[in-house]
Write a protein that binds this ligand. Structure first.
Ligand code: G6P
Length: 367
């Protein structure tokens, strides 16, 4: 396939801006808007009877799994575990009989993920693949394929493939929840509606492009950056830190907000910006108190929140980024946009090779 950058300076910028469209395409694979139902392909397993779901992947795809763990647990009351493929394959995990193992990969060729798939298959697990390249090895070797429709992703740092993986996982969690009776038809409709709204909200969030460029100008001077989040925003903090270090070469760490006081707070001073991912959900007040702990030590906070959150936090943050209001269920997908834009603009400000960062490969097919 011949893919060009369109009007964008880098593939990464183009791919960030394509997300409303490709998330829409990915949604329409299984979501039927007329009936507000999720229709999944036939599978040799029954979501209602599954004892456990195990999700395995590498890099950014693994963080999509880590977000989905919260969804499977909360929406479907389904025990869910995630692991990095290179750990999973060597730790000889006891897999629950009749369980489902889901392998998530943009390329479908990552050797650690593929080897983990084969191990799970040998142990009698049902195998599902969430893959962006339908001709790939992981797609072929899965019992059931849930394709993401992100289109070719050229930038080494994954963006649109990630939000499409999340979209697919969210649909699976809803389908599982309904099959298991942990949500009723009304709740299913409510949740699918929040997903159907996403492309529009993502478009609104993309208007932050310029603001994020200004914030990035400040961030580019940092040597270390901390990302904080709670609940499903915690894995998103990990992804935000990964994005930043991959392309701007700034050292970044993601932490669960509640763990701040158990270590990373020792690092805080005016030289370590702290990015707080906090939509105004029921955990918001706890996050604000974490923010205050940071600021009391001279730390500079970049708060990414919604209108209500911005009002409740006051104007104490260094920068406050106001996102469109969204249901907490879809916040991890929506808040991917500002963290991607921030990493992108920081890399541009530093003059690094955004699409092909040093030492990294798009797909890692050797051990
Ligand atoms: C490489 C890429 C990452 C990607 C990871 C997993 O490390 O640089 O961006 O997340 O592989 O790739 P996959 O194709 O399996 O999603």
């Amino acid at each position: 396939v011949l893919v060009d950058k369109g009007n964008h300076r880098h593939f990464m910028a183009k791919e960030i801006h394509e997300q409303p469209e490709v998330v829409g395409h990915t949604l329409s694979t299984f979501y039927r808007p007329m009936t507000e139902t999720v229709e999944l392909p036939a599978a040799p397993y029954d979501w209602a009877a599954l004892p456990k779901v195990t999700m395995v992947a590498c890099g950014t795809a693994h963080f999509a799994c880590a977000v989905a763990k919260y969804w499977f647990e909360q929406v479907a009351r389904l025990p869910a575990e995630t692991d990095i493929a290179s750990e999973f394959r060597y730790r000889n995990p006891p897999l629950v009989k009749g369980g489902l193992s889901i392998f998530v990969s943009q390329s479908g060729e990552t050797i650690d993920t593929l080897t983990a798939l084969r191990l799970a298959k040998e142990q009698g697990q049902h195998i599902a693949g969430i893959v962006n390249v339908p001709e790939s090895a992981i797609a072929r070797e899965s019992d059931v394929l849930y394709p993401t429709n992100a289109g070719p992703e050229i930038g080494v740092a994954s963006t649109k493939a990630f939000t499409c993986q999340l979209t697919t996982l969210a649909l699976l969690a809803i389908a599982a929840g309904e099959a298991r009776g942990s949500i009723d038809a009304d709740e299913r409709k409510r949740l699918t509606r929040t997903l159907a709204e996403l492309p529009r909200l993502m478009n609104v969030a993309l208007h932050l492009d310029e603001v994020m460029g200004e914030v990035a100008h400040d961030l580019a001077k940092a040597r270390d950056v901390l990302y904080l989040g709670r609940g499903a925003m915690y894995p998103l903090a990990l992804e935000g830190a990964l994005k930043l270090k991959e392309i701007s070469y700034i050292h970044a760490e993601g932490y669960a907000s509640g763990e701040l006081k158990h270590g990373p707070i020792a690092l805080i001073d005016e030289n370590v910006p702290v990015i707080v991912l906090a939509p105004s959900d029921e955990l918001f007040d706890k996050t604000v108190s974490n923010m205050q702990e940071v600021m009391a030590r001279g730390g500079r906070v970049i708060l990414i929140t919604d209108k209500t959150g911005a009002e409740r936090a006051g104007d104490s943050a260094w920068h406050t980024i106001v996102m469109p209001d969204a249901d907490p269920f879809v916040a991890p997908i929506l808040y991917s946009i500002p963290i991607q834009l921030l990493a992108y603009h920081t890399a541009v400000a530093k003059g690094t090779d955004v699409d092909q960062p040093r030492n990294l490969a798009k797909s890692v097919t050797v051990e």
